[in-house]
Design a protein around this ligand. Structure first.
Ligand SMILES: Nc1ncnc2c1ncn2[C@@H]1O[C@H](COP(=O)(O)OP(=O)(O)OP(=O)(O)O)[C@@H](O)[C@H]1O
Ligand SMILES: Nc1ncnc2c1ncn2[C@@H]1O[C@H](COP(=O)(O)OP(=O)(O)OP(=O)(O)O)[C@@H](O)[C@H]1O
Ligand SMILES: [Mg+2]
Ligand SMILES: [Mg+2]
Lengths: 465, 465
């Protein structure tokens, strides 16, 4: 007979760490770095603070091996909002624990990235992580933690508090088995591309050879902060409705819809209830299971709901895209398309596409730079919907672009929920609505390039005569 | 200040069901079907029973919509080993619960596939799943279950037992929001390809229009069953060693190594301990943390361990491959390469590659059929290491194969742990050892095709004269 067991979330990802991006020492060093940096950027932006982030990757002193793969110490420090000391052990020592389980644009969303970095470090070096954090710049709390992997909880080896004068922020220091030789190009690309879309952040990176990579703040304007939003009726399922009706004390059906859903006004609520064949005076807390089924079905079919608006989102915008393209790519021509807001399964999103052509910096051929919620995606281009759109549209020569033309394509998607296809957050799923906006954005920018090239062609023809 | 929360594993995959393959009604219908069928095949093979599996997808009677997407009832029945009634509620109602958390080749590995199908059905229809199972053919237990998603546990709505005369087995019946119109081609392909590599199984599929698709048993020989194996030292990390030393009562270090690891004999154990600078009389339960670190490091560096053997694996073999290729593809030529056993991170695996060329059935161009542990993989070819190997090697024209040549490539990987890149089990990660074996297998079969084509070319040249 089969013998059954249950495993905890940390045990699951310990056994299947490929799923989270920790497949080998080089990739693991990259993933640990990005997960910690993205936590820091989220923490700074949550209080509209200009981010100051310093990252150091150095050899471990007690290293037995002298060549890669080997033990590294990675330290990431930020001036973000810090973590409540009562929450810090769970935030870092428990998988599926975090503050980003809300309907709001952020880099983090799964509640496990930082924890997985620490877990990987622990199983490859046996060493604990050291976290220092302050929410007020006066009390600084330091924890040394291990993860009890079988039980998905932190083990606090030591904790201390000291008073000081400084700013809020967090520093995470951990050891791990990495391969900087193989990972360094990708890690440097990650920092450069992050700096491109986050020009208001100051990022310092010191590599194992002691070299300093400095990405200064090039603007003091922080983009508007994303806002938490309510769910849209089109994305609501029975489980969500069951929970809503169970915990609400609202006895007015229209009021419930207006309070709980995104952009549902009084008239819309009434029209919808009539469409769904509910008496307007029905108490929503008292409807039966069958009626709940009818309610949710009607929600998906009713076309009178306003589409999700994107005020809750914070796209890059033309300023940042222009600045990044000009400084990094120095092209002879560029075009930018900011698509109108759209939605998939009720989640609002905005697609931004930019094209940069020619100049001395961009290499021959087509190079794609993908971003999601301001995070650079450097792996699995062929699996990403953006990669598929680019190879499909650019193969068609419909735009008369020469094969070896130096061309850079930049795509950015921002949303309250990025449709990542894996917990490693490396590529996006082929959601039809997303695919459509990427295609339209790319066509828009390609048309502008095409007319530039034909103007240029005719000008050169004239000059030759 | 940030507000934190913890979510359960079922809550996590409820919110992120794209990760598990439930991104839209068509894909969800496909994924639910395959997860249930793979559970049934695993259950039959675990007792070397010739599988008899019947699948029925029909419209739900109380359906309000009359076109896709709409509610379907899916029923999967098998003659497998059944499930202990004390385990059945958790097996189906809890994520990260199952009997496949061992080092043994099987289709299932995550402990969540069947549960996710039921979860998706529940949130899209509000209906419970009905499970009937018997381990002895005499007592039949029926459960109606819902999943308490927030707490990751089953809710038993009803349970009953009846006595009867029959065989062991399990039937799962559930409702879900699906799209058979869009999914039917993929679902039929799934059954056809499953039948190809499982000719000892009888599979019956009745579709919503009432059409019967019958895949008869074409052989009574069940392939040898996979065996559970011990871990190999090269894949062992500190967490695994820490746990091993903590729970063992073995006081002899060499004995511990011989008992707990794969293919470690007395001499190897002694040679290794000497290499790792341990006294042979050391009590392994008493070593310090530092010594454990030294032990694990040495394990990874010691080259005196025998490589993993593949006796625990159950590849398809030439018989099954030949039979499937001839019956399904009727090619003018085929070649088969069974690679020698290899390993990645200490996990043994065997790669089998087959090539089928020409004939009336195979269409123009190259078509790739991928399998892992006898499961057909029908999505995300571009993301799969096999897809990448095929497009890389076949682009090179090194084998003089005409562009529109009708060519089918079949790849099968069997292992104690398939390196899936996502919990949806759709594509394999680019592990270098796996990539190498796939390339060598493909080159082997391509060389045989090339010599066939040149012999054929010279024969035709002779005939023309
Ligand atoms: N540098 C930091 N400053 C402030 N809070 C932090 C920092 N790093 C982590 N946290 C807190 O710890 C929580 C857990 O982090 P973790 O990276 O494990 O998950 P996440 O960021 O929520 O989601 P994801 O898995 O997508 O990264 C975060 O939600 C955040 O509240
Ligand atoms: N038809 C069946 N017959 C016998 N046992 C079954 C059947 N279906 C499920 N089970 C049992 O229920 C457990 C959980 O199934 P589930 O599909 O959720 O996970 P899994 O098959 O172990 O892994 P995976 O997530 O990779 O599918 C299985 O491990 C198996 O023991
Ligand atoms: Mg994070
Ligand atoms: Mg399963």
């Amino acid at each position: 007979q089969s013998s059954f067991s249950e495993i905890s979330p940390s045990e699951f990802f310990y056994r299947n760490r490929d799923l989270a991006g920790f497949s080998n020492p080089a990739k693991a060093l990259y993933t640990a770095t990005r997960e910690l940096v993205e936590n820091s950027l989220d923490a700074c932006e949550s209080t509209a603070t200009l981010p100051k982030i310093s990252v150091k990757i150095r050899y471990s002193e007690e290293e037995r091996h002298e060549q890669d793969p080997r033990t590294y110490v990675i330290t990431v420090q930020d001036n973000g909002n810090g973590i409540d000391p009562r929450q810090a052990p769970n935030a870092f020592g428990k998988v599926f624990y975090g503050s980003k389980y809300r309907l709001k644009q952020a880099r983090g969303m799964f509640g496990m990235g930082g924890t997985m970095a620490i877990l990987y470090g622990q199983i490859t070096t046996s060493k604990p992580v050291t976290i220092t954090t302050s929410t007020d710049g006066r009390e600084f709390h330091t924890f040394r933690l291990l993860i009890d992997i079988q039980n998905n909880k932190p083990i606090i080896l030591s904790r201390s508090t000291r008073r000081g004068v400084g700013s809020s922020g967090t520093s995470v220091e951990m050891l791990l088995h990495g391969d900087f030789f193989r990972a360094s190009a990708k890690i440097r690309d990650y920092f450069r591309q992050t700096a491109l879309v986050t020009p208001y952040a100051e990022i310092t990176f010191i590599d194992p050879q002691g070299r300093l990579w400095y990405f200064p703040q090039t603007t003091k304007t922080v983009p508007k902060a994303p806002i938490e939003t309510k769910p849209h009726p089109h994305g609501f399922d029975f489980e969500a409705m069951r929970r809503l009706l169970k915990q609400t004390d609202e006895s007015s059906f229209p009021k419930l819809l207006m309070n709980e859903f995104h952009r549902v006004g009084k008239q819309t609520a009434r029209n919808f209830l009539t469409f769904a064949k509910f008496d307007l005076r029905t108490d929503p807390r008292k409807i039966s299971n069958e009626e709940t089924v009818r309610l949710v079905d009607a929600m998906h079919q009713f076309d009178g709901f306003l589409p999700p608006d994107s005020n809750c989102l914070s796209p890059l915008g033309t300023e940042i895209l222009k600045a990044g393209i000009v400084s990094e790519l120095q092209p002879e021509f560029y075009s930018i398309a900011i698509r109108p807001p759209a939605a998939y399964s009720g989640y609002p999103f905005i697609v931004e596409v930019a094209l940069a052509y020619g100049g001395k910096v961009i290499g021959e051929g087509v190079r794609l730079y993908r971003f999601a919620n301001r995070v650079p995606l450097l792996y699995d281009e062929a699996s990403d919907v953006a990669g598929q759109v680019v190879s499909e549209l650019l193969d068609r020569r419909a735009y008369n672009i020469p094969r070896e033309a130096p061309l850079a394509v930049i795509t950015h998607v921002c949303s309250t929920k990025i449709p990542y296809k894996s917990v490693g957050k490396e590529f996006l799923a082929e959601r039809p609505e997303l695919e459509k906006e990427l295609k339209n954005g790319l066509r828009e920018t390609l048309r502008q390039l095409k007319s530039y090239l034909s103007r240029k062609g005719s000008i050169e023809a004239v000059q030759r005569r």
